[in-house]
Design a protein around this ligand. Sequence first.
Ligand SMILES: [Zn+2]
Length: 253
Amino acid sequence: MRGPAAYPLPRMAGVLETCEISRILSITAHPDDVDFAAAGTVARWTDAGIEVVYCVVTDGDAGGFDEDFPREEMPALRRAEQVAAAKCVGVHDVRFLGYPDGRVEATLGLRRDLARVIRQVRPDRVLCPSPERSYARIGVGHPDHRAVGSAALDAVYPDARNPFAFPELRERESLAAWTVREVWIAGGPDPDHYVDVTETFPRKIAALRAHESQTGHMEDLTERLRTRLAGVARQAGLPDGRLAEGFRVLDTA
Ligand SMILES: [Zn+2]
């Protein structure tokens, strides 16, 4: 048994100050997830000098709307789109795990793969999707999102911080245990922390437009997102005209 000093139970929720953060790891299921959920916030983080790394579990190979586009070319296209979108918000390190789109489960293998990336990147904060379904917006609760959210939380606690979890990471890859101090969950049913993204909204739209195979047909993308983020800002108590992204923040130190 590990004692409380090794990996204590989570404390009361609190949000770390920007100056306390060096690196943030975003874990998502598909190319474009981080951009719909959080690109405005990511742009604020990178503007503040924080290094942000993206880990995308699938290549989004079941995505797109063009039935004439060769399916075997979809993974490479979607990877390239995500890399281009990342650049719009100051992210230059994008890692793909290559799981099949639409069939992700929160397996021990996925937990090990995410614990590996956490130990490699050593982030202060992890951003991930919610393992819970939100009945307000069915698309946010895509099964891959929920599976990745569940596996990411398990990778944060206890896998990445427990040196005896997946010992092969330590023994064969020399990856020491790492404790993530805070997790931000996007797309869940009960956000409790909001980021004003009014100034970075144009870069969020640019990032989403980089996912041409997903958003090329959405002529009303900007207005649709503006309406949604204005609603989040109202929920956050921000003045009219502001836009926000919402998260549930967990203290995982
Ligand atoms: Zn998705």
